[in-house]
Write a protein that binds this ligand. Structure first.
Ligand code: GLY
Ligand code: MN
Ligand code: MN
Length: 399
């Protein structure tokens, strides 16, 4: 659990790092149960149910309390009949959200314009969008402000939040370990039920139900359970096929706890034993994964980690089958905010080499979550069977 004081400390750090510039972080707009606020906003507030909200950082405010203000959209009595009641602004709400000043979003334009007039510096914290997507939300607002206030400079501080988010605090790591524990339980339960004839969806349901009974609070992404040819489709998630003897199943699925993700892939033989060809390719991917994990430590670049795995797959003549990158940052998002530069202690990344052979109707991916420690790394997801022997033993226990 992340305490309110930790969110306050994160905001204090932003305020200091802005070095006198003003900035704003938006939750984003949306509605319905599938809406998720922007992860930067969640990271700074812990608030997940306030569409349209934002946080303004204004180091120029004379009143220290007003240097960091939470803006919430106005209460709408008619909307409340559909979506439930929202609190009025008062001491109770401020205490619960950990903000000393809370205002309504209709005052945000005025507040940003005032901050721009005083600071003359507006700092973009959201990542820049790639064209032709819409311009990132803070840059879009700052451009409008700069048309109305002269002499305002717009600065790129888009690395600040990725740098902070990538290095996990002890409470974030504890939460991620809970997500891993629920994921381990899910895989152990799923491996026990795999045999020819079981459906991909039955495996998915066992995984996801077990996550929930072991503390999982959600799913960080749609589970992939792909047997045979389906295991060669990177984003397969229909999970409707019936498995058959001889298939390999690629299972890419994990639990989330309080918004923090795990991300795990295992590839297992439906019949309980790899064929000679499957085993050879599995051992290759495993060797590549181990080589990559071995180089993970502070100071290393992800491209070096990628190269360690890719060299092995390429030397085996299978480079064309390894069609994706080696991994990514993990945290509040499954593909978490990624700062430029080298790995640092406290970061959590995935290492997930894979090879895919549609002509042979099988794919193999092995994915673990790796914490970068002071001198090396820790494989957080090591408890999920991975060697040929461990996988076969876990499956045989099912028969
Ligand atoms: N499950 C998404 C990924 O492995 O990147
Ligand atoms: Mn991944
Ligand atoms: Mn994955």
């Amino acid at each position: 659990m992340i305490l309110l004081t930790e969110y306050q400390q994160r905001r204090e750090r932003i305020l200091k790092s802005l070095d006198g510039a003003a900035a704003v972080v938006f939750a984003g707009e949306g509605s319905g149960s599938s809406w998720k606020p922007h992860a930067h906003f969640v990271y700074l507030t812990g608030i997940r149910n306030e569409t349209g909200a934002s946080v303004l950082f204004d180091p120029s405010a004379d009143d220290l309390k007003r240097q960091c203000v939470l803006f919430l959209r106005p209460v709408d009595p008619e909307a409340q009949r559909w979506d439930g009641c929202r609190d009025v602004i008062g001491a109770e709400l401020k205490m619960r959200l950990g903000f000393r000043v809370v205002a309504r979003t209709n005052y945000l334009p005025q507040a940003i314009t005032g901050a721009a007039r005083r600071t003359k510096r507006l700092a973009c914290l959201h990542s820049f969008a790639v064209y032709p997507a819409e311009v990132s939300p803070d840059l879009a607002v700052f451009r409008k402000v700069a048309e109305r206030v002269t002499g305002v400079a717009i600065e790129d501080r888009s690395q600040l939040l990725p740098q902070m988010r990538a290095v996990k605090s002890s409470s974030e790591l504890a939460t991620m370990r809970e997500a891993v524990a629920a994921t381990v339980a899910g895989y152990k339960a799923a491996l026990k039920m795999i045999r020819p004839g079981v459906t991909e969806s039955a495996i998915e349901q066992t995984l996801e139900r077990t996550y929930q009974t072991h503390g999982g609070t959600g799913l960080p992404y749609d589970s992939i359970v792909g047997a045979g040819l389906n295991g060669t489709i990177l984003h397969y998630n229909q999970n409707t096929a019936v498995t058959k003897a001889g298939d390999l199943i690629v299972i890419d699925s994990a639990a989330e706890v309080d918004g923090y993700a795990a991300d795990v892939t295992r590839t297992v033989p439906v019949s309980g034993k790899f064929t000679k060809e499957q085993r050879e390719m599995y051992e290759l991917v495993l060797r590549a994964q181990r080589a990559a994990i071995k180089v993970v430590r502070p100071g290393v670049k992800m491209c070096e980690v990628d190269a360690a795995a890719r060299d092995i797959v390429e030397k085996a003549g299978r480079g064309d089958a390894f069609i994706h990158g080696i991994g990514h940052q993990l945290g509040l998002e499954v593909h978490d905010a990624t700062p430029d530069g080298r790995l640092k202690p406290g970061m959590v990344i995935t290492i997930e080499p894979g090879v895919y052979f549609p002509d042979r109707k099988f794919g193999i991916r092995i994915e673990d979550d790796i914490l970068i420690t002071r001198h090396g790394n820790e494989v957080l997801t090591a408890a999920i069977p991975k060697t040929v022997q461990a996988v076969e033993t876990a499956l045989m226990a099912a028969c």
